[in-house]
Design a protein around this ligand. Structure first.
Ligand code: NAD
Length: 352
């Protein structure tokens, strides 16, 4: 039987939790039953601000109340990455479908364990690679063969704005897995293959980032079996706005996804051409994609759509980020078959 009503608990009401909870609250036949956080003020303020009178605020210490509520069929996990694995396992064991923010967990073993539990319990586990749902990027994906033909190169520029706090960065897992995982997934999704080689170079321009052992500028270059190249040019801060552009190049042509701007109006005079500023805030740049991915997750639960991000996608994106981190240290290209055999051999049997 198709269950029409989706009843959710949202865990973590910070930057991304607020967006997901707001999108769910706007949907037909979706109830946000609980919002859980360690910061009760943040929860009550959010509920008040958005007039969610049917939503119950819950402190993390009382989360079992939400887990024991049999009407709740889904959990949306938006807490810091360090706590994802535990929340995912607990929610699955409580019989909830799970949408978890990226990265799902830091280790391949942990991610694999989460998907195994989901399989055993016959529940959905979706990792939030929201770029796949951005209308611009999705239209490029749909047209890639028609316009670009056989792909030769997929390039993504991904420069954040505003820069995350050092408190966030400290527990983020590092630039590769925290920021670049989105773009790595994007490139692998376009290439429809796993890379054979990954190579990374990076640098910390900011002292506080250098002190925590991370970088704030990172290049991740990938080569695929048929020769196609992928490249992520990432930076933790672009002063002019959230800079996200893609170029999909092939033997027939090229598709370019340009930056989104505050307005689409441009002014042309004798003196030249003025374009409005690039959207400043990263959460605003991708707001359409957050909505579309939530519609997708709800449709998956209603069995109207098949899940777009599978276990192998999450695992491969994580493996590529781990290889990038290793390459950053050794300054050597990483052969992915050797690397996978060493760190997580199960992946070698997983198709693209
Ligand atoms: N997909 C995207 O575009 C995107 C964007 C931003 C963040 N993220 C991811 O979302 C996650 C959260 O990031 P954020 O920027 O929203 O963080 P944030 O710090 O703004 O919010 C985290 C919230 O979780 C709460 N919290 C902390 N520990 C908790 C616990 N154990 N149980 C319940 N609540 C807890 C905090 O009080 C806070 O309200 C990270 O994994 C991050 O990588 C994804």
């Amino acid at each position: 039987m198709i269950r029409q009503e989706v009843v959710v608990m949202v865990i973590g009401i910070g930057r991304i939790g607020r967006i997901h909870a707001g999108n769910l609250a706007r949907m037909q036949k979706v109830k946000v039953r609980y919002i859980v956080d360690i910061d009760m003020d943040a929860v009550t303020q959010y509920i008040r601000e958005f007039g969610l009178s049917a939503t119950q605020p819950l402190h993390f210490d009382d989360i079992s109340r939400a887990y024991n509520d049999v009407e709740v069929n889904s959990a949306i996990i938006c807490t810091p990455t360090t706590s994802h694995e535990q929340h995912v396992i607990n929610a699955l064991n409580a019989g909830k479908n799970v949408m978890c923010e990226k990265p799902l967990a830091f280790s391949l073993e942990s991610i694999s364990r989460c998907y195994e539990i989901a399989r055993e319990k016959d529940l959905h586990l979706y990792c939030a690679f929201n770029r796949r749902f951005d209308p611009q990027i999705r239209s490029a994906w749909m047209d890639k063969e028609k316009i670009a033909g056989n792909l030769k190169s997929i390039k993504v520029t991904s420069r954040d704005m505003p820069r995350n706090s050092i408190e966030y960065l400290k527990i983020s897992g590092g630039m590769s897995i925290d920021q670049c995982i989105h773009d790595v997934d994007l490139i692998r999704w376009f290439a429809q293959e796993n890379p054979t080689t990954v190579y990374s170079l990076g640098h910390a321009f900011f002292d506080d980032i250098r002190k925590i052992g991370d970088v704030d500028q990172l290049y991740v270059t990938m080569q695929f079996g048929d020769g196609t190249m992928g490249h992520v040019d990432a930076n933790r801060e672009a002063v002019y706005g959230y800079d996200h552009r893609c170029e999909i190049f092939g033997d027939k042509g090229m598709i370019v996804c340009e930056n989104k701007r505050e307005l689409s109006t441009q002014q042309y005079t004798e003196a030249g051409n003025i374009a409005p500023a690039v959207i400043k805030d990263n959460m605003k740049r991708f707001e359409d994609s957050y909505w579309e991915e939530m519609v997708h997750f709800v449709n998956v639960i209603r069995r109207k759509e098949k899940i777009a991000v599978k276990s192998r996608d999450t695992l491969w994106a994580t493996l590529i980020c781990e290889a990038s981190r290793q390459s950053l240290v050794t300054k050597q290209p990483i052969r992915m078959d050797e690397f996978a055999a060493k760190v997580f051999p199960k992946l070698l049997d997983m198709l693209p």
